[in-house]
Ligand binder design. Structure first.
Ligand code: NAD
Length: 246
């Protein structure tokens, strides 16, 4: 088969689905990987040039199978988008250890495991990785002890991987989205948080899935061939200001 191939985790909906669509428009083939089999199969059935793979990115065996199935299908792997994520907003004292572990295992163990499993295939193509962190990984605010810490880990994991994998021609970059009205965000954004974001973001609005996906696709593409180890906030300018959040 011709053409580049990428794995997008968390591809069943939201930012991962939008990223799948932008990459498909660019001629890539996409292994859509997600834990939600039903939503994944529906999304994949509506698209050509995709392979649907049910995976829990925090499970090493699942992740190895995901990479094997992808290379078996496409014969190559040129890109990995570590996008699957979960969120929990709660005060420190109300964040259970179970919740902490759940957030860490999907948001931080996931990108570690997926990148490690994909490495042999990515070395063959001098491929690229894009990790999806968050503005919550760049700046601390209340309620985000588990989520924000996991995403700060993803930011640094991206730098570690970029430093070490450059010798194989593998680029690793990180996108930190601002707020986007996805299922994940709307489950934790109260009206108070929504209003605060509108005030704090210079563009005074939430972003769209597509606006994040375009940045991810750029970093994955050859257009960014000399860009690695970068942390790019796609956030309407939020990170450039010092305005706080509740
Ligand atoms: P979403 O809930 O729409 O999509 C997340 C997807 O990840 C879902 O399809 C879900 O089934 C999948 N997923 C969850 N756990 C998984 C696991 N263990 N294994 C495989 N798949 C799993 O949310 P979204 O907003 O599109 O989130 C995508 C990424 O963007 C996440 O990493 C999130 O933290 C990040 N992000 C989102 C926002 C926002 O405001 N929406 C802001 C900053 C960062």
């Amino acid at each position: 088969m011709q053409g580049k191939c990428a794995i997008v985790t968390g591809a069943a909906r939201g930012i991962g689905l939008a990223t799948t669509d932008v990459l498909l428009e660019m001629g890539w083939r996409i292994a859509m990987a997600d834990i939600d089999t039903e939503e994944l199969e529906d999304a994949a059935a509506a698209r050509d040039g995709v392979l649907a793979i049910t995976v829990d990115v925090s499970d090493p065996d699942d992740v190895r199978r995901m990479v094997d199935r992808t290379t078996g299908w496409a014969g190559r792997l040129d890109g990995l988008v570590n996008n699957a994520g979960v969120a929990n907003f709660a005060p420190v004292e109300q964040t259970s250890f179970e919740t902490w572990r759940e957030i860490m295992s999907t948001n931080l163990d996931g990108p570690f495991l997926c990148t490690q499993a994909a490495l042999p295939a990515l070395k063959e193509t001098c491929g690229a990785v894009v990790n999806i962190a968050s503005i919550s990984g760049l700046r601390a605010s209340t309620l985000r002890v588990a989520y924000g810490t996991s995403k700060a880990g993803v930011v640094h994991l991206s730098r570690q991987h970029a430093a070490e994998l450059g010798e194989y021609g593998i680029r690793v970059n990180c996108v930190c989205p601002g707020p986007v009205r996805t299922k994940l965000a709307m489950a934790v954004h109260t009206q108070e948080i929504i209003d605060a974001y509108h005030d704090a973001i210079p563009l005074n609005r939430y972003g769209t899935e597509r606006e994040i996906a375009e940045v991810v696709a750029f970093l994955l593409s050859e257009k960014a061939s000399y860009v690695t180890g970068q942390i790019l906030a796609a956030d309407g300018g939020f990170e450039s200001t010092g305005v706080g959040l509740p």
